[in-house]
Design a protein around this ligand. Sequence first.
Ligand SMILES: NC(=O)C1=CN([C@@H]2O[C@H](COP(=O)(O)OP(=O)(O)OC[C@H]3O[C@@H](n4cnc5c(N)ncnc54)[C@H](OP(=O)(O)O)[C@@H]3O)[C@@H](O)[C@H]2O)C=CC1
Ligand SMILES: O=C1O[C@H](COP(=O)(O)O)[C@@H](O)[C@H](O)[C@H]1O
Length: 493
Amino acid sequence: MYQHLTTLPLPERTPVPVCDLVIAGASGDLAMRKLFPALVQRISEGVIPEASRIVGIVRSGETEDGLKDGAATRLKEQGLKSPDIDSFLQRLSYVRADVSDSATMGDLNARLDDPGRVRAFYLATPPDLFIPAARALKGAGLLEHDSRLILEKPLGRNLSSARAINDAVAEVLPEGRTYRIDHYLGKETVQNLLVLRFANSLFERSWSQRDIDHVQITVAETVGLEKRADYYDRVGALRDMVQNHVLQLLCLFAMEPPNTLDADAVRDEKVRVLRALRPIEGRDVLRYTVRGQYMAGSIAGRPVPGYADELGRDSGTETFTALRCEIDTWRWGGVPIYLRTGKRMGARCSEIAVTFKSVPHSIFRDNPEPNRLVIRVQPDDGVQLQFMMKVPGSGRLKLVPRTLDLRYDTAFGGRTPDAYERLLTDVIRGDQTLFMRRDEVEAAWGFVDPIIEGWNEFYATPHRYAAGSFGPSQAVGMIERDGRSWAEPEVQG
Ligand SMILES: NC(=O)C1=CN([C@@H]2O[C@H](COP(=O)(O)OP(=O)(O)OC[C@H]3O[C@@H](n4cnc5c(N)ncnc54)[C@H](OP(=O)(O)O)[C@@H]3O)[C@@H](O)[C@H]2O)C=CC1
Ligand SMILES: O=C1O[C@H](COP(=O)(O)O)[C@@H](O)[C@H](O)[C@H]1O
């Protein structure tokens, strides 16, 4: 049905210039699972030019050959092909340095001997290193020319620590060369949200309180702590997922049309959404938020332990949160936006489900169900539109809801690039559209901070939910109080 689409050429973008990409934290989980695979892919496709170099910063005493063997093993485990891995390894070298100490960066400085190349430093390190690392790189003279600095999330753990990082970074390089990653922005379907909204007049005209009853944004994961127990237990679901990924989805969903696709035009509109979010403060957290922590349960028939067992101790950290938000603007006034995210849920699913208002008057005996548009971010990325149809042959116009299901893979075929593939090449190209500007990050913390303060005062203990469910019953109660119910994501067997 969508065969003709597969023959359309992909849009051309400006070529990626030759670069030196330096990764601090090159032996870490993020580098091994996300950054290296993305680079293998981009190099094998010829997107990153051959002359480019990847330099990993490590602190261990292991030899370069040993480090490369370790990287090759991890990449093979992830299903990447040996010739592609070899091609990546030819461009990869390591230097030993402490990224927070400029005195240790002599070798790195010597390695970066071509000022004509685009130079980017990726801090895939614990976030408490962002300030000392930025200063040390500056002190070593490495942030000159057109150098770029890439910062991973989470940027701080509240507004004041985020500001401190942003201030320190601003002292060593301008905002135009600072790339704050939120990898959700690199996901194809998240970018498709811009196209869906602003390249189709059909939707934009209905995109407001006039036609939309409510919106549900779900980012559900089946994984638990993985190997990040210490990090996660200090952070929790609100800081780990809502402050960044979930609020970014909300921004792209709700923002006004930007005048152009320029980085600042898009980011100006996103920041307006964040600033218009109605604060949830004090005791309101009991009404408009839910905290949860998973107990033992089963996912897809497999038993999984509870959070405290995985962690090895009791904890008051939330692994699930649901919020009822409102955006105080003319476009969105009165439209509840329900957000929920959690670990160890019944299915992995990220989606934005939009429920439109019911018809004002039904001329049928059956009441038509409201139209629903589901923007599926992952898995099975695509767009589903539910509307009412007549049951064929039904004499009295019997109505049923049916869904038009447009899936990315069916529409386009081929492989969908991982978010980091897109983001890494955007840094090298110098395109900041899919990166968070400092005011965005700070506005997001400005919304999240009062919730955390309210939790500390009034809501210290999260409710329990069984692993494999979609969160605690209190989250169901929160939406049912409004006479609505959660859209249950499809559970995969
Ligand atoms: N892993 C993930 O899926 C995600 C991670 N992130 C963020 O990415 C960053 C990295 O996370 P992750 O890879 O999981 O963490 P890891 O703990 O696995 O890796 C951290 C890396 O930083 C290195 N490092 C620490 N201190 C220094 C230093 N002073 N100088 C040089 N290198 C140093 C470590 O080297 P050494 O081995 O010598 O200690 C290690 O390679 C964090 O900010 C995290 O929040 C964000 C999203 C997802
Ligand atoms: O940033 C993070 O994202 C992952 C989820 O990313 P996804 O691309 O797999 O949806 C999450 O598991 C992790 O806790 C968080 O730090």
